[in-house]
Design a protein around this ligand. Sequence first.
Ligand code: FMN
Length: 339
Amino acid sequence: MAATNKTLSLMARGREFLGSETAILCGAMSWVSERNLVAAISNAGGFGVIACGAMTPELLDAEITATKALTEKPFGVNLITMHPMLFDLIDVCSSHGVGHVVLAGGIPPKGSVEAIKSGGAKVICFAPTLMLGKKLLRAGADALVIEGMEAGGHIGPVSTSVLAQEILPVLAEEHLVFVAGGIGRGEAMAGYLEMGAAGVQLGTRFACASESIAHPDFKKMFFRASARDAIASVQVDPRLPVIPVRAIRNKGTEAFTAKQREVALKLDAGEVDMGAAQLEIEHFWAGALRRAVIDGDVEGGSVMAGQSVGMVKEEEPVAQIMASLMEQSEAALTTRSAA
Ligand SMILES: Cc1cc2nc3c(=O)[nH]c(=O)nc-3n(C[C@H](O)[C@H](O)[C@H](O)COP(=O)(O)O)c2cc1C
């Protein structure tokens, strides 16, 4: 790897916190971020994160064991806050001595941050706003991720560039803030590091690496897509809350809109109550990502991808992606400091 001292130096706090060579996290991606990709990321000097998703404690236990067999480098585990067995999953992480737990999917329930820390791990939380970021830090979060709506998967309403401007100047000097969403090249990484970020988190750029177990048809869809193909799902009826998901446009994304209309009509006709209607909406996507990633059903399934998908053109080993990002960042920082 070429010398990347300027980038490494801007990443110093993030590297120390993560215990990795670079402060590049590969954000957890359900079905994609399993042992192979996670170990490959950590072995290449990044920080891999297992996506626990809906796994049972037994499955998570097996996944951590298998990941440890593939890497001696540190990696983290991403837990979804509304998982009904959250505290059992935390215990599994503690029993393995996992160093970092990322809490995703909403405000952490009472006692969860404390439980993770008493098990010896550091806690990383998603901060959707400055106010919530401050609150999470007060509640014990050791680091924050701010993720803009350019990202793949479930998204918030605000862009990465705006979140970064609102949050980094206020929090990044004293706290560790990692920036995610829409980062496809090292130049952007350098920009956020210069603004004070401790590091960055990427998902889309790594989802189709050689080491990723995603189905070849899922990968093909990524290589062909441009930024404008990665669209956010729309909410059709204000009564039916839908957390927007960014995915590549296909028959599944269209069917989702039609499904919402159908459920809204049933609600109007009094055929279902609000609870049942919302459940029907949620269930629609259950398994959709798995169908796309594992089975290769890229028309009916959910091909979650961020807007940086247009910069993913071919299958590359994780180490090569990581090296490009670091070199692009270094070149940008070198040009700027020479000007
Ligand atoms: C296919 C896919 C699945 C994802 N699944 C999850 C998930 O299960 N939990 C989570 O916290 N984030 C999930 N994400 C978000 C990533 O962890 C990461 O934050 C995001 O991809 C970063 O933005 P980018 O896609 O623009 O690089 C997912 C993203 C993708 C592309």
